[in-house]
Design a protein around this ligand. Structure first.
Ligand SMILES: Cc1cc2nc3c(=O)[nH]c(=O)nc-3n(C[C@H](O)[C@H](O)[C@H](O)COP(=O)(O)O)c2cc1C
Length: 183
């Protein structure tokens, strides 16, 4: 186990996997991290479908747009919002936000267990639903391959804090303290 800052720094999108299987105990720890994630009104209005079957993984890879690599991973976890139409408490789509937080927990614990993941957002909704027999009213938000990395992806660049942070109001780049530079 590594600490949370190390896991954040270590996590990369992995697009090449070894065939090696993931032990159930490890998978359970990763899923537990998703289960403990916060959600709007604590509703957890989603399901995570664990796909190990090789034929289904290949079908899911074909349902992705240029994502053939995902079938190499021993497991694909599919994040499904169960009732997105009922999510009208906010202008923002809580059903997607909830799943994003759950999957972020999942990716960080996976990284700390030495596993790689990749968020896949480009796929054909209807095809994934058909393959996994997901009801029409649901919405598939993410496919996530998970497995032992067969690659060491380089760090992707990120914007600097200076580019991301405003102080007190939109567009104000001048802070009252230089705390951002200290982090
Ligand atoms: C919402 C979302 C959708 C993404 N969709 C895809 C995708 O369809 N295919 C893919 O290969 N990577 C996808 N990614 C991975 C990003 O390309 C990747 O996170 C980004 O380039 C930064 O690289 P890193 O994860 O290694 O830090 C997605 C990431 C997010 C957060």
């Amino acid at each position: 186990m590594i600490d949370i800052y190390e896991a954040i720094k270590k996590r990369r999108s992995v697009r090449l996997y070894k065939e090696k299987k993931i032990e159930n105990a490890v998978l359970n720890r990763i899923l537990e991290a998703a289960r403990l994630a916060p959600s709007a009104n604590n509703v957890q209005g989603y399901k995570l479908i664990i796909v190990k079957d090789s034929q289904k993984r290949q079908q899911l890879a074909k349902a992705g747009l240029y994502q053939s690599f995902i079938s190499q991973a021993p497991i694909i976890i599919v994040g499904v919002a169960v009732n997105p139409e009922l999510d009208q408490t906010s202008e923002n789509p809580f059903y997607a936000i909830d799943l994003a937080i759950a999957f972020d927990h999942l990716t960080l614990v996976a990284a700390s267990e030495g596993l790689g993941t990749c968020w896949i957002g480009a796929f054909k909704q209807d095809k994934v639903k058909k393959i996994l027999e997901i009801p029409e009213k649901c919405k598939v938000i993410v496919l996530m391959p998970i497995g032992f990395p067969d690659d060491k992806p380089k760090n992707r660049s990120r914007k600097s804090l200076k580019e991301l942070i405003y102080y007190e109001k939109f567009s104000n780049r001048i802070g009252l303290g230089a705390w951002v530079d200290i982090i």
